[in-house]
Every structure is written in C-alpha cells, then in structure tokens.
Ligand binder design. Structure first.
Ligand code: GDP
Ligand code: IMO
Ligand code: MG
Length: 425
C-alpha cells in the first residue's frame, strides 16, 4: 500500500493536476491538504480540459473519493461553483464522494478585499498574489480569529465571529486602504445562505482517511503551489501563505508523518514562475518566448503570462532535500523540442564564488548568476512516445543528467497535456 504525496518542486504549475489525475485511477482517496483557490490544476482527457482550483484532481475517476482537509483555506462560493460546473458535465460531486473538513478555514469577502487592498498599496514591492484572499485567511487562522467550515452549523457563533473579525478589518479597510467597510450582518447572511448546500459536505477527514487506509486502499495527498513558494522555505517574501513542503501533508490532513510512504516531486523540464520574486534562470529573450508559446505558459488561475527559464537544479536539489522525494515526475519534456541547445543550471556564482545551495539571506537569490551545463537538444516530436527507449537519445541523456544532478530517479515523464501522454519507467 502506498500513501503518496504529490509536491510541486518549483514555483507551482509543474503539472501536479495531470499527475494526480493519472495516479488517482488506482487510489481510493485523494486529499488536498493546503492552499486554496490560488491553485489551478489542469487535467486533459480526450481533448476535454478540466481546471480545478479547490476540488481534488481525483474527481474525474468515478470510484475515487475526494477530500478537502483542515490545512486548506476554502472560498465557499468558489467551491460550490466548481462543484456545479462538474455536476453539469455529469460528474458525481455528491457528498458521498466529496467532503470538507470541519476544521477547514473559510475565505470570506474581507479576506479578498484585504489581499487586493494590500497589493494595491505595495507599489514596487508587489508579491503578485492571485488576489483570492489566501494570505489574509491564513493570517486569521494564526491570529485565532478565523471562521471554520464547521461554524456553518452554528449561526450564532458564526455571526459573532464575523462581527468580531470585522471590528478590526473595517478599521483597516476604511482608514488605511480607503476601501468601503463591510457590513458584518450582510457578510454573515451571504455565507449562511450557502450553508444548506455546504453542510452536507462537512466530514471528519481524519476518520475517513483512517477508514480508507484500514480497507487497504492507496491514498494520494495533492500538494498545491510549489516548494519555493513555501512560507518558511520559499523565496520569502515572494511566497504564498502556507507550507507547501511534504511535511505539511501531515499537519494539513491530520495524519502522522509515518503514514506517508512515497513522496513524488513534480518538475517541469524547464522552469516557470508567476508573480514577483527572484528567478535566476529566467529567460527574457527569444528562448523564453519560445517556451511560453510552445508550453502555453499562461496561468490556469489568473491567466497571467508565466515567466519562463531553463531548468534550475539548485532549486530542484533543495526541493529533494526539503521534501525527501522518493521519485520525480518530469513534465513538459515535449516543449523542449527544436531548441538546438538545452541548458541546465548546476550551481550559482555569487560575489566571485560558486554556490551549490540557495542563499538564505533575503534578496541575494536575485543577484546570483547561474552556471550552466549545455546539452544537445532534440528535433523529433516526442509527444507520441510511450516508452523511455522511444525518446531520442539526446532527450534521454537530458533526463538522465537531471536525475544525476537531483540525486533522485525520474519515474514518470510527461510528453503532452493528455492523461495518456505519460511515460512510466
Ligand atoms: P499544476 O498547477 O501543477 O497542476 O499545473 P497547471 O495545470 O497550472 O499547469 C500545467 C499546464 O501544463 C497545464 O496547462 C497542463 O495541461 C499542461 N501540461 C501538463 N503536462 C504537460 C506536458 O507534459 N506537456 C505539455 N505540453 N503540457 C503539459
Ligand atoms: P498551483 O497549485 C503558481 C503564487 C502567486 C504569487 C504568490 C502568492 O496551480 O501550482 P497567493 O495568492 O498564494 O497569496 O500568491 O504565489 N502562486 C502560485 N503560482 N501556481 C500556483 O498554484 C500558485 N499559487 C500561488 O502567483 O506569486
Ligand atoms: Mg497551476
């Protein structure tokens, strides 16, 4: 039995949704354990695209149950809209196969207001958040003034908590940010209006995981964002507000660390990043444009163009260490087709010295110079390859070199966005 965690090894959008969808065919449960609808996970099956922001990427497999655990921050209306969209396509999203932990914190309108108000005021030092209220919701969780999904069954408590939260938020919104204050009763009325549809989904996620494990089923834990957006270990302050490393699969779902048996890091064959922050291997030339256009590198959540660059194995090695990857899934190898030379960043140079690790002082990563190794590219279309040996020799050499540099084996290679375009080794 394998309890597998899927983690984005870079700055998000590595193709986690595709890998989770593919692996969930054999899983009884798929669990989201952190983040919220800042995530956009894309799945493509026989030409039909599904983008999921909150609902776990196992939902397309009829027999797989999908759970949203305590570590997630959930926007109630986004959840219901996403469920409705799936239901309209004939996908079962009934509470029998979709659940939300009572401990999951809710994103309310004031969280989105504050997210956007702060970004607007940051001028010059914008984080480039998704504007979905993620940071302010996690702040309230830490400040112990958050509203949890379980509160939907207690309208008196919920109203009181919203009034209390807005005492402070409205002062900030009105005085500092010059935004319209929010009426606590309206905020409470609006969320309580959704309660009859939401409460049937409330469940004891830990118990459900326990029971599934006791029956011997495989369980998948779906990470969002990427390691270098981690609130502690990422490129602070240009990060998200949750822990994105594999360790948080435990705290974010209520399972002990000993529960997890496999940890898969997902990396693109190159690197992308949305939003602000350092990105040593970023390409601002034609090669960057080539990757963006051939890889359709536009955000699944905000539609923003993604910044593109060469694969950075300093970043990847840090991810291996922070997460304990047992194996790696490499996606988008097909996008490298027709680049005459492939470059891999193997180390950085900073103030005349070579460094093999990410500098930890804030801001320094923006000033390092990547040291590259060059490898010949490939011209053949690899998008139809179904076995490793079918790949051109230079593509195989690239994969093997990345394995050497990362120190971990690459067990899956994705050569297209379709579910079936995946090479298992
Ligand atoms: P996630 O957030 O990690 O789930 O990734 P996203 O869905 O935000 O972004 C990945 C994008 O790459 C999506 O548009 C996928 O359909 C697409 N994709 C995934 N794997 C491959 C691949 O191997 N080749 C190509 N060309 N596209 C891929
Ligand atoms: P998936 O799961 C890529 C980035 C934002 C911004 C920073 C903080 O699809 O890989 P936030 O709204 O979280 O406060 O924004 O984090 N970001 C992502 N980038 N993929 C994601 O998710 C992301 N989720 C957040 O662009 O730079
Ligand atoms: Mg994404």
């Amino acid at each position: 039995m394998a309890n597998t965690v899927i983690i984005g090894a870079q700055w998000g959008d590595e193709g986690k949704g595709k890998i989770v969808d593919m692996l969930s065919a054999q899983c009884s449960l798929v669990v989201r354990f952190h983040g919220g609808n800042n995530a956009g996970h894309t799945i493509r099956v026989l030409g039909e695209e599904t983008i999921l922001h909150l609902i776990p990427s196992g939902i397309l497999h009829r027999d797989t149950i999908c759970l949203i655990a305590n570590g997630v921050v959930l926007d109630p209306s986004v959840f219901l809209k996403e469920a409705d969209k799936l239901a309209a396509r004939g996908i079962d999203v009934s509470p029998a196969r979709l659940g939300i932990s009572k401990k999951t914190h809710l994103i309310l309108p004031y969280h989105k207001q504050l997210d956007n108000a702060r970004e607007a005021k940051r001028a010059g030092r914008k984080i480039g958040t998704t504007g979905r209220g993620i940071g302010p919701c996690y702040e309230d969780k830490s400040a112990r003034v958050g509203i949890r999904a379980g509160d939907l069954t207690n309208p008196v408590l919920l109203r009181e908590k919203i009034r209390h939260a807005l005492l402070e938020k409205n002062t900030l919104l009105r005085e500092l940010y010059k935004f319209e204050p929010l009426n606590p009763e309206t905020v409470a009325d609006d969320v309580l209006a959704l309660a009859p549809r939401l409460t049937p989904y409330l469940t004891d996620v830990e118990a459900r995981i326990d029971e599934a494990a006791a029956r011997g089923g495989d369980i998948l834990f779906e990470g969002a964002q990427g390691v270098h957006l981690d609130i502690d270990h990422g490129t602070y302050p240009f990060v998200t507000s949750s822990n994105t490393v594999s360790g948080n699969a435990a705290a974010g779902s209520g399972m002990p660390p000993s529960f997890f048996t496999r940890i898969v890091g997902v990396t693109k064959a190159y690197t992308t990043r949305v939003g602000s922050g350092p990105f040593p291997t970023e390409l601002l030339d034609d090669a960057g444009t080539y990757l963006r256009e051939k890889g359709h590198e536009y955000g699944a959540t905000t539609g923003r163009p993604r910044r593109c660059g060469w694969l950075d194995t300093v970043i990847l090695r840090a991810s291996v260490r922070l997460n304990g990857f047992t194996d790696i899934a490499m996606t988008k190898l097909d996008v490298l087709q027709n680049l005459p030379v492939l470059r891999i960043c193997v180390a950085y140079e900073f103030e005349g010295k070579r460094c093999e690790r990410i500098p930890q002082e804030e801001g320094v990563l923006a000033d390092v110079v990547p040291i590259y190794e060059e490898m010949p590219g490939f011209e053949d279309d690899v998008s139809g390859c179904t076995g490793f040996e079918q790949l051109p020799g230079t593509a195989r050499a690239y994969v093997r070199r990345v394995e050497e540099l990362a120190g971990v084996g690459i067990s899956m290679i994705s050569v297209g966005s379709e579910r079936r375009q995946t090479i298992m080794r």
